[in-house]
Design a protein around this ligand. Structure first.
Ligand code: BGC
Length: 499
């Protein structure tokens, strides 16, 4: 796109000079409702720390209790970090929202190294609301295609697979997982409340695909383990993408809900926090009427409250609802059709990112985007509101996202840590990292930096490939435990002995 006019300076204060009073009042109102000050961040983190503790304690319930669909803090049976000396060949499957990725990963003798080959398959939109049989059948077909393509004519023994299933699952064992609830817009009947492994393995068996599921993992656990493979400071794995969540390493002695298993209290175990469900009670999150609307109109109202304010799936939707409201209140787009704005989930977070990246003083790229995407001609003051709105939504997301990381650090007493992060919002949304780091600074009360180039004590950094390398490593760690006779949290150890 060609921009007209001079480049936009970093501060836009002056640009608001020509904005009429009414629109200026609207902008001010949006600033009030979308800005999260330090006091609110602090309140959120205080409750967050309590929730993390409560999730591990979960009085009166056992980990098998899946009647509480909000049950967070899932023990994953990934028991410890890799040493960097893991070896072997593994398959990894990542069932994402837009793609299905299949990888074959080779972990050689050299410390911390890996080779990877991979194929991506489209995840048809219809599958997300189709039947369970269609879902498992499609996934098994993709795995079959992958194996036929990469191992044509070979006689294969069964290959061990790490399956990244990035939805909340209760795991009594690492090679099983009961889906607590669908998130991220998935809505497939007959899967919630069920172990997802048997129907998956059945679909593989029907096709004669030579694979043995060795570990069912969450993307956050994969991110944590993959990043720790090369960085011993790594303490937390996060995803800021279509959904949001984190995993960290706990010791068994700090998990009252596992007490009945009499595990060594010093044993480490990764916990999948599932904190997208944080504050489903709506006690501390600064929800706007738009957030309430998103929740009410979602396939799972009352769930994933935190995620719905910050994850990529929802950022565009928040933006859409505000603009529509502005039009309905006769503040913007007078006399124009807003039909395209009326379509739910019609706006991807990448559009907000592009608006925030418009470098031109006259916001010509934003004007072009609004025209092409929504058939809307915006005047300059309207463009100012559009830009400010994107900034407000993006900044709120980054600041709230940092709360989960701050809470884990506070709970664990980490004064310093590396946090591995992945996901489209973290990797692609402009200023997300800097805004998150600023919020962490406010919440964790760091002293002023002596040198501008000094690293922050808790640093959120780009992660290694969690659903590929991470899944393979967790599969490798599981097989190692089987060989050593450490069988806690492994269901089908017998068939894993053959690898
Ligand atoms: C899921 C988590 C996942 C996160 C990021 C959430 O919707 O519940 O399991 O880790 O998205 O993908």
């Amino acid at each position: 796109m060609v921009g007209l006019g001079p480049r936009r300076p970093p501060s836009r204060k002056g640009s608001m000079a020509d904005v009429p009073k009414d629109l200026l009042a609207q902008i001010k109102h949006l600033e009030e409702i979308f800005t999260v000050p330090k006091e609110t961040l602090d309140k959120i983190v205080t409750k967050f720390v309590k929730e993390l503790e409560k999730g591990l304690a979960k009085e009166g319930s056992t980990i098998g209790d899946i009647t509480d669909i909000r049950q967070p803090m899932n023990p994953t049976w990934c028991m410890g970090f890799p040493t960097g000396h893991e070896t072997g060949t593994f398959l990894a499957l990542d069932m994402g929202g837009t793609n299905l990725r299949v990888c074959e990963i080779h972990l050689p003798e050299e410390k911390g190294e890996f080779d990877i080959i991979q194929s991506k398959y489209r995840m048809p939109e219809e599958l997300k609301t189709g039947t369970a049989d269609e879902l498992w059948g499609y996934i098994a077909d993709c795995l079959q295609q992958f194996i036929e393509y990469h191992h044509e004519g070979e006689k294969l023994d069964k290959l061990p697979l790490g399956f990244t299933f990035s939805y909340p699952a209760t795991q009594h064992y690492i090679d099983h997982g009961i889906l607590q609830r669908w998130t991220k817009g998935f809505d497939i009947d007959g899967v919630e409340g069920e172990d997802v492994v048997p129907p998956f393995e059945k679909a593989l068996a029907e096709r004669g695909v030579p694979i043995k599921l060795t570990a069912l993992i969450n993307d956050t656990t994969g991110t944590l383990i993959a990043s720790a493979y090369t960085d011993t400071e790594m303490k937390i794995g996060c995803i800021f993408g279509t959904g949001c969540n984190a995993a960290y390493m706990e010791n068994c002695g700090s998990i009252p809900k596992l007490a009945h298993m009499n595990l060594d209290p010093e044993l480490p175990i990764a916990i999948n926090c599932e904190y997208g469900a944080f504050d489903n009670e709506h006690e501390v999150l600064p929800l706007t009427k738009y957030d309430h609307q998103i929740d009410e109109e979602s396939p799972r109202p009352g769930q994933q409250a935190f995620e719905k304010m910050i994850a990529g799936l929802y950022l565009g939707e928040i933006f859409r609802l505000v603009l529509l409201d502005m039009h309905d209140g006769k503040h913007m787009f007078e006399g124009q059709s807003v039909d395209k704005l009326k379509k739910p989930y019609n706006i991807d977070a990448s559009i907000l990112a592009a608006i925030e990246e418009d470098p031109f003083e006259n916001l010509s790229e934003t004007a072009e985007l609004m025209r092409v995407q929504f058939d809307l001609q915006c005047n300059k003051p309207e463009l100012e509101l559009v830009r400010r709105l994107a900034e407000l939504i993006g900044t709120r997301a980054a600041r709230l996202s940092a709360c989960g990381v701050a809470a884990i650090c506070k709970k664990k007493g980490y004064k310093t840590a590396h946090v591995g992060a992945d996901g489209s919002v973290f990797n692609k949304y402009p200023h997300f990292k800097a805004r998150g780091a600023q919020a962490l600074r406010e919440m964790l009360d760091w002293p002023e930096k002596k040198n501008k180039r000094d690293a922050d004590p808790v640093e959120i950094m780009t992660a290694e490939d969690g659903s590929g390398v991470g899944a393979a490593l967790i599969a490798a760690l599981t097989l190692k435990r089987v060989k050593e006779g450490q069988l806690a949290g492994i269901k089908d150890a017998k068939s894993m002995l053959n690898f």
